[in-house]
Design a protein around this ligand. Structure first.
Ligand SMILES: [Zn+2]
Length: 301
């Protein structure tokens, strides 16, 4: 059996899988709940040891946000919760505690790897996965493993592809980055500004419901979102030549409203693929993708 953890800023997901990737058990804990005196490692190890107790594990994997050095098994830095793990040999700590081989990788790469092995990217040769969340995670799977590049963040920054050179400033130092338009955060802000009548906590599903039920004026914002997302996808298609692009994130619960037009725009703009050969699909595994990808990290195969 395999153990997987997805360490995020809001929640930590824990899961155990059979060798075929079937989920045996799952738990989700608010990240902040495990912090004691500014330290999360002790609480985390305690929780994971308890969670995995009684299962015969062969290996485990950790998906962690931030600048993860996969070779060293450490978090180099993060602007968020990943910083709680910085400076510690996290991989070794968990390997020692669970007495099994443990791998560690960035959460966007783990998400892509999960989709590649078990989800919408299954069977693809070159796959790009973009997750629309707080920002936009982006990862390439090529040659049977996630692309790592030369730096812990290499290959993950597709959210910072510029789609408007005169666009707003981005914290990354550039302007008009894709994630300023198409992350869940950006879309939520736009909806709140343009449609103050939609004011529930669950605003994204409410917006897509309004699009379906009322059409105009909601379709204008939807179309803008679709065109921007399509631009980002066209750019990664031109950069990497994938046969599959997987789009993930909670927003994709409404993929039936979002994707058909996005696909049409991509095929119009990416004329280099006249045979419409690039499959653009919504994530199949949703928020289980990273934890699954971690548990079956390519170094553990
Ligand atoms: Zn940026």
């Amino acid at each position: 059996m395999r153990f997987g953890m997805d360490f995020g800023g809001t929640n930590i997901k824990l899961a155990i899988f059979t060798g075929d990737g079937e989920m045996v058990t799952f738990d989700e804990i608010p990240t902040m709940k495990l912090i004691k005196n500014g330290n999360i490692i002790d609480g985390l190890v305690e929780r994971v040891t308890k969670f995995t107790g009684g299962y015969s594990l062969d290996a485990g994997g950790l998906a962690v946000k931030g600048m993860v050095d996969t070779g060293k098994g450490t978090v180099e830095d993060d602007i968020g919760a990943g910083r709680l793990l910085a400076g510690k040999n996290v991989q070794k700590i968990f390997s020692d505690a669970l007495k099994i081989p443990v791998a560690m990788d960035n959460d966007a790469r783990s998400y892509a790897w999960g989709e590649y092995l078990f989800g919408a990217g299954k069977g693809s040769r070159v796959m790009v996965c973009m997750t629309l969340g707080t920002g936009i995670g982006c990862s390439l799977v090529h040659g049977g493993k996630p692309y790592e590049g030369t730096d812990p963040l290499s290959g993950l920054l597709g959210g910072h592809i510029t789609i408007d050179r005169n666009g707003p400033e981005c914290p990354c130092g550039s302007r008009g980055c894709l994630e300023l338009y198409c992350s869940a955060t950006a879309l939520t802000e736009k909806i709140r500004t343009m449609h103050p009548e939609l004011n529930s906590d669950d605003i994204l599903p409410d917006f897509f419901k309004a699009v379906l039920e009322k059409g105009n004026p909601y379709t204008r914002l939807l179309r803008e979102f679709q065109e921007n997302l399509a631009l980002g996808i066209v750019n990664v298609i031109h950069a990497y030549g994938p046969d599959t692009v997987v789009i993930g994130g909670g927003v994709m619960k409404s993929h039936e409203v979002i994707l058909p037009d996005v696909i049409e725009i991509v095929h119009k703009r990416a004329w280099t693929f006249p045979r419409k050969s690039v499959k653009i699909a919504a994530s199949k595994l949703g928020n289980k993708s990273a934890v699954l990808g971690a548990a079956f990290h390519y170094t553990l195969q």
